[in-house]
Design a binder for this molecule. Structure first.
Ligand code: FAD
Ligand code: SF4
Length: 459
């Protein structure tokens, strides 16, 4: 393949060293590499990449500006559409979005759009943030519930439109899954903090330790604010519901990652939340969450970290780059494997996992081939720690505590084409309306809701 047909590689931390620390694995392009990569862009007139981006960033325009070494204008172009470019440049599944439809991909490798977005956002952080033009104050007060990517995006956009925005966050830190879910080695906390500081600098206020539906009722909120946006995410763990799942040392991915990322268990006893990780760790599932758990377990000292998944690598929902990194770090994959029970010792600690082998059947409604159990194929794996990472569901607390809020059978909040819920003036977006999805989709929904809220309160 000619050099022009290949994406410039992203430098990374050495494989052996990185499994001993929580520092970022991908190190970012330098200026020369970014410019060389930008030169590969064909500046297609029909811009398929823009259509592939859920927030419609003008990709060819910012790439051209990088090529011209005008990084200030490049980041301004991105910020017209995105409040979290340093996050997206690190965790977006670009291979399935903008890069997935890039014209260059037809004959070689697509343009490194994600790597370029990251480069220019890192440049911005080094240089210092520029506050954009904020519209004249409207005097309208808007409440946002939850400070994940959906809430932050909605809040940032509304603040730029001149509204007064207050975010109510249940935890003592903002960022949602970006803070308590995605580990530092993929998205360093200091980078996320600077993105959040940018949003605060637009005038957004954040109130912490406010569980709406408990600490403060929804009705109380509605009295003080002209519109409300709900971005409470999907933080309720899904369980396998098999015998032995309540044994000690079996964690939900949510608890495992929150202890490590938010409570800094990897710095115990400097931080006071411990985490127990045995020699042999098995994580169930093959999404981004499972890969994060398996790679975290290695960094916490596991001798063996295995991912058990009931389908094959082809159906795995995780980003390709994450699977590649996990393989390089020594995570082992056991495909077509489904746990059916867990067996413990006399102290109630998990020691064995009984599994059944699977085969692939007909495609299901997601288009992926359905896993079918193979009769009498049961076998045992020895384990010291198990992490269940088979998906998350919306937290039902807020919907239950709010009269008249329509939800689906899956517990997601039902919204119309403007992200408005069944209650006038109450909007919602992100994982709480779609079920567990992606950062950029949550941001896209937050953006759409901000535009609809602006129209609603000005009416
Ligand atoms: P969340 O990020 O879940 O934020 C919701 C916020 O609402 C939280 O801060 C929560 O504390 C708060 N909240 C909840 N209830 C209340 C209440 N009653 N009152 C006040 N506040 C409340 N996506 C990608 O695109 N790429 C990835 O690589 C990727 N990796 C992931 C790795 C992990 C481990 C996980 C768990 C998810 C990953 N995702 C990834 C998915 C992505 O992070 C989510 O789709 C996204 O964060 C959803 O955003 P959100 O704003 O809807 O919700
Ligand atoms: Fe450039 Fe690819 Fe977009 Fe074409 S599709 S403008 S090559 S990024």
């Amino acid at each position: 393949m000619a050099v022009k047909n290949k994406k410039h590689r992203m430098p990374e931390q050495d494989q052996k060293k990185r499994i001993r620390n929580f520092e970022e694995v991908a190190l970012g392009y330098d200026e020369r590499t970014a410019i060389e990569e930008a030169k590969r862009c064909l500046q297609c007139a029909n811009k398929p990449c823009v259509g592939g981006c859920p927030v419609s960033i003008d990709i060819p325009a910012f790439v051209k500006l990088i090529k011209e070494r005008d990084f200030d204008s490049a980041i301004r172009k991105i910020r017209e559409k995105s409040n979290l470019p340093a996050v997206c440049g690190r965790v977006c599944p670009y291979e399935r979005q903008c890069e997935g439809v890039c014209t260059l991909g037809k004959t070689g490798e697509p343009l490194g759009i994600g790597h370029l977005e990251r480069f220019v956002s890192d440049y911005e952080r080094g240089r210092g943030f520029e506050i954009p033009k904020i519209s004249k104050p409207t005097g309208k007060q808007i409440a946002v519930i939850g400070s994940g990517p959906a809430g932050l995006t909605c809040a940032g956009d509304l603040a730029k439109m001149g509204h007064k925005v207050t975010i109510f966050e249940a935890l003592h830190e903002s960022g949602g899954v970006l803070t308590y879910g995605i580990p530092d080695f993929r998205l360093p906390n200091e980078i996320l903090r600077s993105e959040i500081n940018y949003i605060k600098s637009l005038g957004v206020r954040i109130e912490f330790d406010m569980v709406v539906g408990k600490t403060i009722t929804f009705e109380e909120l509605k009295k003080d604010f002209e519109a409300v946006f709900i971005g409470t995410g999907a933080g309720l763990p899904r369980w396998l519901r098999v015998p032995g799942e309540n044994l000690n040392n079996i964690y939900s991915s949510n608890e495992f990652l929150t202890r490590v990322n938010l409570m800094k268990a990897y710095k115990f006893p400097e931080y006071d939340t411990p985490i127990k990780v045995g020699k042999k760790v098995v994580t169930i599932g093959a999404g981004n969450v499972s890969i994060d758990c398996a790679r975290t377990a290695l960094r916490l000292g596991a001798k063996e970290s295995v991912i058990a998944y009931r389908r094959t690598e082809k159906e795995a929902p995780a980003r390709i780059e994450e699977i590649k990194h996990a393989n390089e770090e020594g995570v082992k994959f056991r495909f077509l494997t489904q746990p059916v029970s867990f067996i413990g010792n006399k102290d109630g600690e998990v020691k064995k996992m009984e599994c059944i082998k699977m085969r692939l059947g007909e495609p299901d409604k997601t288009g992926r081939r359905r896993p079918v159990p193979i009769k009498n194929s049961n076998f045992f794996l020895s384990v010291d720690t198990v992490i269940i990472a088979i998906g998350e569901m919306p937290n039902p607390l807020l919907a239950k505590a709010t009269k008249g809020l329509k939800t689906s059978e899956q517990g997601t909040i039902v919204v119309d084409e403007n992200q408005m819920t069944s209650i006038p003036g109450v909007f919602a977006g992100g994982d709480i309306t779609t079920g567990a999805a992606t950062v950029i989709l949550a941001m896209g929904a937050g953006k759409k809701a901000a535009e609809a809220i602006d129209r609603y309160v000005r009416k």
